[in-house]
Design a protein around this ligand. Structure first.
Ligand SMILES: Cc1cc2nc3c(=O)[nH]c(=O)nc-3n(C[C@H](O)[C@H](O)[C@H](O)COP(=O)(O)O)c2cc1C
Length: 181
């Protein structure tokens, strides 16, 4: 029996075949297997193809058939897990666009979130999570202090599983705290 309110795991990039998407899949499995929590998936790769032109900053965006569905999904979620890749020393632009397109302030205010950072390099998206943490703070979201930094992430795969036991433990601990927050 899941001891959490509704959770969505956000794939914070739209890049095809991203490592972020693989972590999202693993994390959702952990939530399910360790805590009996079925989570929603918010995969930014699935945003409407005309998102930039017909949704972002458009007054009539709620009339967009797909965007209305995204907004209502977000409205129904209490807790978000953002899996964030490091792009040019920060978080992906599509993630900011996604937040900018949501209704303000009602979409996120008073909700909870946690973050996991991943990178090819040795920073583990530390700055990316700091930058996005500021955005969440501005939006009125309470964030989990534990922010795992999975550095050199592409070195540690055995098929679809992470081979680094430290990373496995960090993800399990993070999921436990996210459920409890
Ligand atoms: C646009 C772009 C910018 C990137 N910038 C960085 C960076 O600043 N630091 C870093 O360590 N890796 C950087 N990377 C590599 C990613 O960390 C790497 O692709 C990793 O697998 C996570 O991204 P992914 O989910 O898109 O695969 C960048 C990748 C892309 C596509």
């Amino acid at each position: 029996m899941c001891q959490s309110s509704s959770i969505a795991v956000v794939c914070s990039t739209s890049r095809p075949d991203s490592t972020t998407a693989r972590i999202v899949t693993l994390y959702r499995e952990i939530l399910d297997e360790n805590h009996g929590c079925s989570s929603e998936l918010l995969d930014l790769k699935e945003l409407p193809h005309d998102f930039l032109h017909s949704v972002l900053y458009q007054k009539d965006r709620m009339a967009h058939p797909e965007w209305g569905f995204w907004q209502s999904k977000v409205d129904a979620i209490d807790k978000f897990v953002f899996v964030i890749p490091e792009y040019n020393g920060s978080f992906p632009g599509i993630l900011k666009c996604f937040v900018d397109a949501l209704k303000f302030p009602g979409s996120l205010r008073g909700k909870k979130a946690s973050m996991i950072g991943i990178s090819d390099g040795t920073q583990g998206a530390a700055l990316a999570m700091s930058h996005f943490g500021d955005v969440l703070n501005y939006a009125g979201v309470t964030t989990l202090p534990l922010r795992p930094r999975l550095i050199e992430i592409n070195k540690y795969w055995e098929g679809q599983r992470i081979s680094n036991p430290i990373y496995q433990n960090l993800l399990a601990e993070h999921a436990k705290l996210t459920v409890a927050m």
